[in-house]
Design a protein around this ligand. Structure first.
Ligand code: HAM
Length: 418
């Protein structure tokens, strides 16, 4: 029989990588806490409607990329392609934002999109996600952008570029949309098949097309800044002023429209030059109408998500530190068969005292056990004479010195030295 492999676009995170992964999540957790964000966890699958209404019917995600299936009760279920719609649903369902209350929430976990796999793009990937709900002030946008940049600063990422834009709101976007339809209709001959289709369905997305010929046309498209209403214009000016006050540099990109339809006003991305084609390590923005699109009242929001897989790639590429490689501090070794039971008891006592300890459970000889002990700080050796004297030989593996210690004092002895 052939061996069953992991599905295309998924991958295993092995021990050689998982400790680095844990470092990224730990750093994110601390950063979120320092910014006053509370951790939540939401379901990995939701009703399909949450995404089709929340993310938008005409987005690539909803049209082509979702893992959607009917469950055994005949309900249409989708593996979450992103977290924002789920976090908003959670806040509405649990009344976290009633009567003007706000909520700052973060989460992390796997997301699922049926995209063409390539470097930095997977079908199951991991996001760290932060959402600030219930605040329409531009200061919240600045907080979120600043949070994402602080996380990357703590992780040691360099050479990042912040790109921002305003995509307007329900008042000014229809005007801009019409201007785009008029402009692109006059340049139909130069647009790719996909963009011709977008022309009637989602013309803003043409601005984002990566094909060269469409890019050239998009460069001459009407400028969104000329169409923004006073409120959006003022909001964007405040976001820019806030970023400048905090000393962040950014590039304005009027073609940044993002691939999710819920955005209003601010949209941003953080790009890395060390990633190749999939160069966004984070993306986010404001979404003041998402709540009503999924059946809630008026709850404004702003947030971001970053791809853990991509952060990992950049950190490896840039030689960033992942902190200490976790290791077991003490190895307990049996000199003879009769000592194995005492060794297991000692290992158990050390662990109960909070000292990481291991012993052999596969019946290997003393030499093989000591080879493993070589990776630890101390070895605790028990043989016949130690058993007879109720003692243990404690060897400092770095210094190479060994001392006999009464077995009931071993925990304190090691605690003092570790
Ligand atoms: P997004 O831009 O679709 O936004 O994804 C955010 C980040 O997730 C990307 O910048 C990238 O680092 C990572 N990512 C996305 N797709 C993949 C993939 N196939 N493989 C690996 N990494 C990927 C959102 O998801 C929004 N929910 C962000 C947001 C939060 N907006 C407001 N709040």
């Amino acid at each position: 029989m052939t061996l069953i492999n992991a599905p295309r676009g998924t991958r295993d995170i092995l021990p050689s990588e998982s400790w680095k992964w844990a470092y990224i999540i730990k750093t994110a957790s601390q950063t979120m806490q320092d910014f006053g964000f509370s951790e939540i966890h939401i379901p990995i699958f939701e009703h399909t409607e949450l995404f089709s209404r929340g993310v938008g019917e005409t987005t690539d995600i909803v049209e082509k990329e979702m893992y959607t299936f009917n469950d055994r009760g005949g309900r249409s279920i989708t593996l979450r392609p992103e977290a924002t719609a789920g976090v908003m649903r959670c806040a509405l369902e649990n009344n976290l934002c009633v009567q003007g209350a706000s909520a700052k929430l973060w989460s992390w976990g796997p997301m699922f999109r049926h995209e063409r796999p390539q470097k930095g793009r997977y079908r199951q990937f991991y996001q760290i996600d932060a959402e600030c709900l219930g605040i329409s002030n531009a200061m919240a946008d600045v907080e979120v952008i600043s949070l994402s940049l602080e996380l990357f600063r703590r992780l040691g990422l360099r050479n990042l570029e912040v790109v921002i834009n305003s995509v307007g709101c329900e008042k000014c976007r229809p005007v801009y949309r019409q201007k785009l339809v008029d402009y692109f209709s006059a340049h139909k001959d130069s647009l790719c098949e996909t963009c011709l289709d977008r022309l009637s369905r989602n013309p803003l997305r043409i601005l984002d097309c990566k094909k060269e010929q469409c890019g050239l046309v998009a460069d001459g498209a009407p400028d969104i800044f000329d169409s923004l209403c006073d409120e959006c214009r003022e909001h964007f000016a405040q976001v820019r002023a806030g970023l400048e006050r905090l000393g962040f540099s950014y590039r304005l990109d009027k073609r940044l429209v993002r691939g999710l339809d819920y955005y209003t006003k601010t949209a941003y991305e953080i790009l890395s030059g060390d990633l190749g084609a999939q160069n966004a390590v984070a993306g986010g923005g404001r979404y003041d109408n998402l709540s009503s699109a999924i059946g809630g009242g008026k709850v404004p929001g702003v947030g971001f998500a970053c791809g853990v897989d991509r952060i990992m790639l950049v950190m490896e590429e840039q030689g960033c530190s992942f902190g200490q490689v976790p290791k077991t501090r003490v190895y307990c070794a049996a000199l003879d068969e009769e000592s194995r039971a005492s060794v297991q008891v000692l290992t158990h006592e050390l662990r109960k005292a909070g000292i990481s300890a291991e012993c052999d459970t596969s019946g290997r000889g003393f030499k093989a056990q000591m080879k493993n002990a070589g990776a630890c700080d101390f070895a605790c050796i028990i043989g016949q004479s130690e058993r007879e004297n109720n003692s243990v030989a404690v060897k400092d593996m770095k210094a190479g010195v060994q001392e006999n210690v009464p077995v009931n004092e071993a925990v304190n002895y090691l605690r003092d030295r570790l």
